[in-house]
Design a protein. Structure first.
Length: 320
């Protein structure tokens, strides 16, 4: 790791949406682990960037105490104008996460999930699913603790309260020696939340996402020996898969031509998550897999090699 004064300065540009923020956090954490990167968050909603600034690369007024960046990373459509406006700022490299609405040649690099069907190139890293801040576990707990993460209606799957509840009840009945923790999400319908609350039992804890803290999921995964997820949230599926905890899908019918549904299925085909029909394999496995999914770390190494190598060389030259 580089001394702090030589560590790269990385600006993380967010639109405030939890999924996009988690992608930035996942990459930022790994850049900090590998290079000591100093991370600074910019909220794109704080800046009104007219189209002309984005097109010309004319940066808006920024806080005077913000150090000049070596790398500017943005995630979410709402950040694109600000990212483009900042692209001529000093010698900073620019990186977009997810497929942008503008030509890729306008930035120095892009990290794009495979389901967006963009070819990998010198400046494009294609990932399995979306990057996230979860760190794979070295080992599983010996306790029979299972986690169930419930999403809600989405454009990619046909949501069905009754079907999801039936799967949950089946799991609890089929594996009576286990303790279960259920958590909803911001997209879970109100009626579904009320029905989930009715499942509370000495062996079943029901948590509202509104009562969880930022690191709750990471802590809960580390204490679990199995995790089940509704497939409507690619972020949730990828976080579960990255943890190394045996992960299963509470399958829902897919919408035709949904790229997200295809991405979830890619993860299942690769063995990172299991479909409902293979529930026994999820509940009986007792070790983390030898092949783990950790796309945030792979992405960070790619960024260091492609976008920050010149920074490392310049600091070495300065010390000599």
């Amino acid at each position: 790791m580089q001394p702090e004064e030589d560590a790269p300065v990385v600006w993380l540009v967010t639109d405030g949406k939890p999924g996009h923020r988690n992608q930035l956090k996942g990459l930022g954490n790994r850049l900090r682990a590998h290079t000591g990167a100093r991370l600074y968050w910019l909220d794109a909603t704080d800046y009104q960037v007219p189209l002309w600034r984005a097109l010309l690369g004319a940066a808006p007024t920024l806080p005077a105490d913000l150090p000049r960046p070596d790398l500017i990373v943005a995630a979410g459509t709402g950040t694109h104008r600000l990212l483009l406006a900042l692209r001529r700022l000093g010698n900073a490299k620019t990186l977009v996460i997810m497929k942008p609405s503008f030509p890729l040649s306008w930035v120095d690099g892009a990290i794009i999930p495979a389901h967006d069907k963009v070819k990998a190139s010198a400046n494009v890293l294609v990932t399995e699913g979306v990057i996230n801040p979860i760190t794979p576990l070295a080992r599983l707990t010996d306790n029979r603790e299972a986690l169930i993460l419930i999403g809600g209606p989405s454009p990619h799957f046909d949501w069905d309260d009754d079907a999801v509840l039936a799967r949950i009840n089946d799991l609890v009945a089929r594996y009576p020696g286990w303790r279960w923790t259920l958590s909803d999400s911001r997209r879970t319908p109100k009626a579904m939340r009320e029905r989930l609350a009715d499942l509370a039992h000495p062996r079943v804890t029901v948590m509202s996402c509104e009562n969880t803290h930022e690191n709750w999921l990471r802590h809960q995964l580390s204490a679990s020996r199995a995790v089940w997820i509704t497939p409507d949230s690619m972020s949730m599926v990828c976080e579960a898969a990255t943890s190394g905890v045996p992960a299963g899908l509470l399958d829902l019918p897919t919408r035709p031509d949904s790229r997200v549904a295809q991405g979830v299925n890619r993860l299942a085909e690769a063995g990172f998550v299991a479909h409902w029909s293979d529930h026994r394999s999820v509940m009986t496995r007792k070790a983390v897999p030898s092949r783990q999914l950790w796309e945030a770390d792979r992405a960070a190494r790619w960024v260091i090699e492609r976008l920050l190598k010149s920074k490392r060389r310049s600091t070495k030259g300065k010390k000599a």
